[in-house]
Design a protein around this ligand. Structure first.
Ligand code: ZN
Length: 256
């Protein structure tokens, strides 16, 4: 692998030439914000059994267990803010370079950093939804109800089950978001992938689709992915460090 500086130069060149950039992000971009990858050891999902969507619908005990996990997760991520990598992507959008931001994350940190129109493939943890009537609440309201002793909150309108507005195991990916994400993949001429091990289909196919339709790829991920060979520039370094260096490089080039 070339030196860090060489790869930064190469990537800045790609960024500069690109007319339309799509970013695709996964859990790895948020670990530097103190949000642990749910797959990692010691993470909330390592300590709790995964409750599938079907179990959630079918059993009160499963809903109680699910909300217990979520309550602990909310406490854990409370106060977590966007890091340099989130901010860099928001900056790329302001520069008119980044047209699409597709994320597998449910933490809302891209929006906190100032990115607009984020495509959230797995929904969001920032809101809760009634599975019967579709009413939404800010997650803080539901968190307060949990703190006040409720164990499996029900809808105040129709008594339906309330669930965070995320895509759970056993639930299919939202069609509209997937469609938009594919459009972004096809339309872009450069895709930056940050912090996904690209193990989960169909999400993993988005960088592949971008490559197939002629886009160049930059990968920033600590571990190997199945499509590393497609990436023109590959970084194993921290996403925050890499993205800040790229923005600095891009700015100094445009100042020339
Ligand atoms: Zn309802």
């Amino acid at each position: 692998m070339d030196t860090f500086e060489d790869r930064i130069l190469e990537a800045v060149e790609l960024l500069q030439r690109a007319g339309s950039i799509t970013a695709f992000t996964g859990a790895g971009i948020s670990t530097e914000s103190g949000i642990s990858d749910f797959r990692s050891k010691g993470g909330v999902w390592d300590r709790y059994r995964i409750v599938t969507y079907q179990e959630f619908i079918a059993s009160h005990d499963a809903r109680v267990e699910y909300w217990k996990m979520k309550r602990e997760l909310f406490t854990e991520i409370k106060g977590a803010g966007p890091n340099e990598a989130h901010h860099a992507l928001a900056e790329l959008e302001k520069m008119g370079k980044l047209k699409c931001l597709v994320t597998q994350n449910i933490d809302g940190l891209h929006q906190d950093a100032g990115s607009s129109s984020v495509i959230e493939l797995h929904g969001t943890n920032r809101k809760a939804v009634c599975l019967s009537c579709g009413k939404f609440w800010p997650i803080e309201e539901i968190q307060e109800r949990l703190e006040a002793g409720e164990v499996a909150p029900e809808c105040t309108e129709c008594r339906g089950f309330i669930k965070p507005a995320t895509v759970s195991f056993g639930q299919s990916m939202p069609e509209q978001e997937m469609k938009k994400a594919y459009e972004c993949a096809v339309r872009c001429d450069l895709l930056i992938m940050i912090g996904s091990s690209l193990q989960v289909e169909p999400a993993a196919s988005i960088p592949r689709e971008a490559h197939r339709t002629g886009a160049r790829l930059i990968y920033i991920n600590r571990t190997e992915t199945p499509t590393d060979h497609l990436a023109e520039v590959l970084f194993r370094e921290n996403a925050g460090e890499v993205m800040s260096a790229l923005i600095r490089g891009l700015k100094s080039k445009s100042a020339d």
